[in-house]
Ligand binder design. Sequence first.
Ligand code: HEC
Ligand code: HEC
Length: 209
Amino acid sequence: MGFKLKNTLKVALLAILFSPAAHSDLPAMTAGQQLEFKRDIQVCSYCHSPVGIAEYGAARLEGQPTGYLEAQINSFISHKRNNPLARDLMWGTFDRMDPKLIPYFAEYFSKQEIKSNLKAKPVLVAQGKDIYLNGIPSKNIKACQLCHGEDAKGHGTTPRLASQEKSYVIDQFLDWQNNYRNYSSTMVEISKALDEQEILAVSEYVSSL
Ligand code: HEC
Ligand code: HEC
């Protein structure tokens, strides 16, 4: 955890509603792990706010499949996910953390409800929906729903896209185009084939769900 970050936390603002390992098949945490977890979850929530305001370019994590969350946390720890934001804000986050807590973070965020609070532009949404459901056959781009699901809720290590912050989604396409997140060859290929207008449209659509 970066020192600067810790010092700037306004943890008092956050209401943390959590009972450790509730509804889960994870082993009960030790008392020490519980303390660490409660403290750390406040840090995560400072940027990945549970009320749905993803700040500093952070993603909304609510409702993401646990497998996806764990995979991404590990990609920060191994430094595979290496865009400037990830490097500055996420790499240090797990430095001094007990790795055994990772599944509990995934469990916590995947259980949180996500509520869409976005106003989408109808024209873009219509084009984005078409790309999402049908792909772009002339460019050999597969339908997004094939992997992310018709309702865009994701599963396993494929992420939920529904209600994700639009600016975050757009950033991911730029990261793939710029080889910052190059461990997913599917998404790299898709991103390089989409033009700017198509990226805006599909991002607008998924964030509106
Ligand atoms: C200072 C802000 C900040 C804090 C604190 C923070 N994050 Fe992040 N997090 C980010 C940003 C920014 C990104 C997007 C990085 C990128 O674009 O690659 C991110 C991305 C993620 C992702 C990937 C999301 C996705 O959809 O791929 C996960 C998972 C994650 N963070 C988990 C956590 C956890 C767990 C904690 C607490 C232990 C935490 N973060 C603390 C800013 C933060
Ligand atoms: C063949 C399966 C497949 C198809 C088709 C596909 N995706 Fe993905 N997508 C994935 C996987 C797997 C990941 C996770 C990659 C990773 O681990 O970084 C992902 C990640 C993403 C993310 C990052 C989400 C986050 O939280 O960081 C976005 C945005 C995304 N896809 C959008 C799309 C869009 C839009 C389309 C259609 C144009 C699409 N995907 C088509 C499999 C697919």
